[in-house]
Ligand binder design. Structure first.
Ligand code: SF4
Ligand code: SF4
Length: 465
């Protein structure tokens, strides 16, 4: 009896994702998202999804921090006793990675001093006693934009810090589209994947025209070929609104809304670039390295409004949520408003919060005082009761590897804790700890409740990152 015949067929070679060309000759709009690595399905608590934005009354005073985003600190241009108006530039810097700061109120400068930020950093700040009249500055005029240089200048003058995750001064991002980078794709980030936060969802529902107008402005001036608006599938109403405007304006050939699977951290720049284009931003690189520019939906809408009115970034929509707050809501507040005043506007507390977080529960920062002022990068305030914050004791690592599977940056957080304990700098550098975006997925899935994000921060400090 002979051996059975085996038919040999050449196995089709699969192109590794890392070899997908960065910028292809034909740029198409994607029909569905590309696969991304890791991530988690955090409980989708969004209590304020259906709460329309409410404007907070002007508080008696604001404290405007001289650091509003990643990069350099601004220097105050005003002194105690000066009268300031709404939209007046009150601070600026010569540094490239810095945007000017404008007054969100009219009133008298009470002091120019320092405040302690939640991360322990001491920062200069301008305190203004408001007069409630909201007198608008004479310099507030719509900008004239016909070319990229005028766009960079206008976006810088607007004081816009990208209102999504990375919070860079926004003019830095259009600058990435300079010839060195050949950006062909603008990705508008509407993922808003952190639990609780619904500020961007409200922007998509309440101002879809502004989002499309701002995106089109960037596309036209920077000669970008396509716009992909990434929105999680849990926001179908918002997606429908954006679709409608794109069709009305006959932009369907160049702009699309991409339905992303609800998963955290889909809103992180590098993850979003992969999901929308299948391009991989290199370790230590930026989206422009693979032909992409990423901007948050609220930033795109702000740009459209700034071009119409010339009013710089002086207010911010914040989601106020958590089981300790009496009236969870989306509130538009002046930059520099104190958290204590916002809390009062939301009806105070139902019970004493055990933990207060500014930002989302995954990447936010715990606060030690309610006298902390709102800055441009803040998008949420979560007041958690004792039931929401369980006391968790870490136990020994059981080497299950879940943290590795969950890491969207393909890192090995399990090893970081040992390397930090041994102060092994070379080992830390070998595992690319710089690529960690501190999303917290590894700590979220760890059955031993290891404080992995804290270890990762210590590892970055040890390496001087
Ligand atoms: S998930 Fe936690 S227990 Fe599992 S390997 Fe990672 S650190 Fe260890
Ligand atoms: S915190 Fe850092 S190591 Fe942990 S999952 Fe996120 S990117 Fe990976």
């Amino acid at each position: 009896m002979g051996l059975p015949k085996i038919r040999l067929t050449a196995k089709k070679k699969k192109t590794p994702e890392s070899e997908v060309p960065a910028v292809g000759p034909q740029i198409r709009l994607p029909k569905k998202p590309y696969r991304t690595h890791g991530g988690i399905h955090a409980e989708n608590i969004k209590n304020t999804s259906n709460s329309p934005s409410e404007e907070m009354p002007i508080p008696p005073r604001v404290i405007i921090s001289m650091r509003q985003h990643i990069g350099a600190q601004c220097e105050p241009l005003v002194k105690p006793g000066d009268f300031v108006t709404v939209g007046q530039k009150i601070a600026d810097s010569q540094s490239f990675v810095c945007a000017p700061i404008h007054s969100s109120v009219s009133g008298r400068v009470k002091s120019v001093g320092t405040i302690l930020m939640p991360n322990g950093e001491e920062i200069k700040a301008v305190e203004i006693e408001t007069d409630g009249r909201q007198v608008v500055c004479e310099d507030v005029k719509p900008p004239h934009i016909t070319n990229p240089n005028e766009l960079y200048a206008a976006v810088r003058e607007s004081g816009l810090a990208d209102l999504g995750g990375e919070v860079l001064p926004a003019f830095v991002k259009p600058n990435y589209s300079a010839p060195d980078y050949a950006v062909d794709t603008l990705i508008i980030n509407g993922a808003e994947c952190e639990p609780y936060l619904t500020s961007d969802r409200r922007e998509m529902l309440e101002a879809p025209e502004d989002i499309i107008e701002g995106s089109k402005l960037l596309m036209d001036i920077l000669d970008i070929e396509r716009v992909i608006i990434g929105v999680e599938d849990s926001k179908s109403e918002a997606m429908a609104k954006l679709h409608e405007v794109i069709s009305e304006k006959e932009l369907s050939g160049k702009m699309c809304v991409l339905k992303l699977k609800a998963s955290y951290p889909h809103g992180a720049e590098k993850v979003l670039v992969k999901a929308c284009t299948n391009r991989i931003v290199p370790m230590g690189g930026i989206p422009a390295d693979v032909g992409c520019m990423v901007l948050n939906v609220t930033s795109a809408a702000f740009l459209a409004r700034y071009v119409r009115t010339g009013m710089p970034l002086i207010s911010k929509r914040i989601t106020v949520d958590g089981s300790a707050i009496a009236q969870p809501k989306n509130v538009t507040v002046p930059i520099g408003a104190l958290i204590s005043d916002i809390t009062e506007f939301c009806g105070g507390f139902k019970e004493t919060p055990r933990k207060v977080v500014v930002g989302g529960p995954m990447m936010g920062t715990a606060l030690y005082t309610l006298d902390y002022p709102i800055i441009k990068q803040n998008n949420g305030l979560i007041f958690m009761s004792a039931d929401e914050v369980g006391a968790i004791e870490p136990t020994d690592c059981i080497r299950c590897g879940r943290c590795v599977s969950a890491c969207p940056m393909c890192l090995t957080p399990v090893n970081v804790q040992y390397l930090v304990q041994k102060r092994d700098i070379r080992g830390i550098n070998d595992i690319n700890v710089k690529g960690c975006m501190e999303c917290g997925c590894c700590a979220y899935v760890c059955p031993a409740h290891r404080p992995l994000v804290q270890f990762l921060r210590m590892a970055k400090d040890l390496c001087g990152n």
